[in-house]
Design a protein around this ligand. Structure first.
Ligand code: MD3
Ligand code: FE
Length: 223
């Protein structure tokens, strides 16, 4: 009952019914449409502050190709790839300093979203941040560099929309496509933690807050 009331109060802050509380779009995959809309401009200011310390950069894969999305991190560790492989590091190899601290407004958003979807003790230690320019994409992959698969991942989309694609635990499983828009949050855990996923090529556009870019924040418990 209390939760219901809180939800109604939250929903009242939005002009129309653009907030859906935790829609389970597949088993263990939850879409919180517009959940981060209210904080979006604050999040973008904070992204810019992190970018000033540890800038977005295109990383090299072990195969020698460069990813088309530019990446940075905040938190106790950060995800990194180069010719030697994928891993989490405590030091940003570009600055030789610790990754920027995870801001409180990031942590609160991630924990609240996870809680709404039944993950009551999510305690992320890293936020992996992707910046997509027009033409950038992310091929089908699994997130499997984290130690603890019992923890969910929370994703926050900002700026231009993109088509998100996800299947099952094996690469050939049938795939679904859903558009992810500014302010959308996805939470996935349990079985879905191992699902293959990616995003299609970012189409040209201008977003009032991010111009020709899309940002995605993924909150994880890596170590
Ligand atoms: C996985 N990022 O950084 S997150 C990544 O939009 C990454 O930048 C993408 O994959 C991005 O590793 C996608 C969103 C997402 C949503 C639902 C999922 C990933 C999912 C459901 C199952 C598995
Ligand atoms: Fe991923």
């Amino acid at each position: 009952m209390k939760d219901q009331q809180a939800l109604m109060i939250t929903a009242d802050l939005f002009t129309d019914n653009d907030i859906k509380d935790c829609d389970e779009i597949l088993p263990d995959v939850y879409l919180l449409k517009g959940f981060a809309l209210q904080q979006a401009s604050q999040l973008l200011i904070t992204i810019e502050q992190i970018n000033a310390q540890s800038t977005f950069r295109k990383m090299q894969t072990p195969g020698g190709f460069y990813m088309s999305a530019a990446i940075t991190n905040c938190g106790d560790v950060g995800w990194h790839t180069d010719r030697h492989g994928y891993r989490y590091t405590a030091i940003d190899p570009l600055t030789n300093l610790a990754w920027p601290e995870m801001p409180q407004c990031f942590r609160e958003l991630a924990e609240t979203a996870a809680q709404r979807c039944g993950f009551s003790d999510f305690n992320p230690d890293v936020c992996l941040m992707n910046q997509y320019e027009v033409g950038a994409k992310m091929g089908l992959h699994q997130d499997k560099d984290e130690k603890d698969f019992s923890q969910p991942i929370v994703s926050v989309s900002l700026g231009l929309p993109i088509i998100f694609q996800f299947g099952g635990a094996s690469r050939n499983d049938p795939k679904q496509r859903i558009p992810l828009e500014h302010g959308d949050v996805i939470v996935w855990g349990r079985a879905a933690r191992r699902y293959y996923h990616g995003v299609l090529t970012l189409k040209p556009g201008q977003h009032p807050l991010t111009g020709p870019y899309r940002y995605n924040l993924t909150f994880r418990k890596a170590s």
